[in-house]
Design a binder for this molecule. Structure first.
Ligand SMILES: C[S@@+](CC[C@H](N)C(=O)[O-])C[C@H]1O[C@@H](n2cnc3c(N)ncnc32)[C@H](O)[C@@H]1O
Length: 288
């Protein structure tokens, strides 16, 4: 998997890549930079929490590095003295390397672009204000290295390709491990509102809520163990979690192929006896 990536422009003028392997762009077409700010940095309350003086971030699916960049920008604009620890997980090292070769990190103010460039080159940085590790490999396995360090993140960015393209990173087993890396009042953010992903989060003991929709109708999801943080889901969204779409992906050994994970879920869906998601949609269209 050593593929070169060519930048493609998004609607906010920032650049993303297209993955031939997953058949998707790395960011939404409304804006790569906007997504990292509005789906990740803002919903995880980093600007407010920077007053704590020290923050720990877990960036799952580091990609081009935009989510870490947006986080550092939000934190240091709010409190330039806040120290930050980052652990980032990524499968394909050619992605962040291509981002640097195309100068895509230059969109972020210094010292962020310099720090993240060094992180990609050395896989670790240790400066007075930022300690970071970039761990390459399948996140289903490398997440154990995060757990081994007893890393408890204040913010977790969960940014795989969509559940249909990359179900491996939306399973009950993987999300459970992600949740175990989350501090008691930490916040997990993702762009997805897929019912299967939300079920996996609930099964991990997390409370979930919508993050604001940006550039499209559907919201993202934020999750935390802390009950005071979020407004409840609407009745319509709660009922979505009782449809066939809410049957989660499972990967008991965290090593199955995409096809086995999808087949296992389809079998479970065939036997669940739950309402189909189109029936649910129809009912709610009739209400509105
Ligand atoms: C939607 S993109 C992430 C974009 C990224 N957060 C950013 O800000 O640029 C998904 C990323 O997940 C990575 N990925 C795919 N499968 C993975 C796996 N099993 N473990 C870790 N990373 C994976 C891809 O290489 C890709 O970089």
């Amino acid at each position: 998997m050593s593929q070169q990536f060519d930048p493609c422009i998004t609607e906010d003028g920032s650049y993303t890549f297209f993955s031939e392997e997953f058949g998707q762009t790395f960011h939404s077409r409304y804006g790569a930079r906007a997504e990292s700010i509005f789906k990740y940095a803002i919903p995880t309350l980093l600007a407010d929490r920077a007053s704590r003086g020290h923050l720990r971030l877990l960036d799952i699916c580091y990609g081009l590095g935009y989510n870490s960049a947006a986080a550092l920008s939000a934190i240091w604009r709010s409190n330039p003295n806040c120290t930050v620890e980052i652990i980032a997980l990524e499968l394909d090292r050619t992605v962040p390397i291509s981002a640097i070769e195309h100068h895509l990190l230059a969109e972020w103010e210094e010292p962020i672009s310099q720090l993240l460039t060094r992180l990609v080159q050395a896989e670790t940085i240790d400066t007075p204000k930022c300690q970071a590790q970039l761990i390459f490999g399948d996140a289903r396995q490398t997440i154990d290295l995060v757990l081994d360090q007893s890393f408890q993140a204040d913010a977790i960015f969960l940014d795989p390709f969509s559940p249909l393209s990359c179900p491996q990173l939306w399973t009950v087993e993987f999300i459970d491990r992600v949740a175990r890396c989350c501090a008691a009042d930490g916040i997990i953010a993702t762009y997805s509102c897929a019912a299967a992903a939300r079920t996996a989060m609930i099964q991990a003991g997390l409370l979930i809520a919508d993050s604001l929709p940006v550039g499209r109708k559907a919201p993202g999801t934020i999750a935390s163990f802390d009950p005071v943080q979020f407004p409840p889901l609407s009745q319509q969204e709660l009922e979505h979690l009782q449809t066939r779409a809410a049957i989660p992906y499972r990967d008991p050994t965290l090593s199955d192929s995409m096809a086995s994970i999808v087949n296992r879920r389809e079998l479970e869906q065939d036997h669940c006896g739950w309402e189909t998601t189109s029936q649910w949609k129809k009912r709610w269209r009739a209400v509105s």
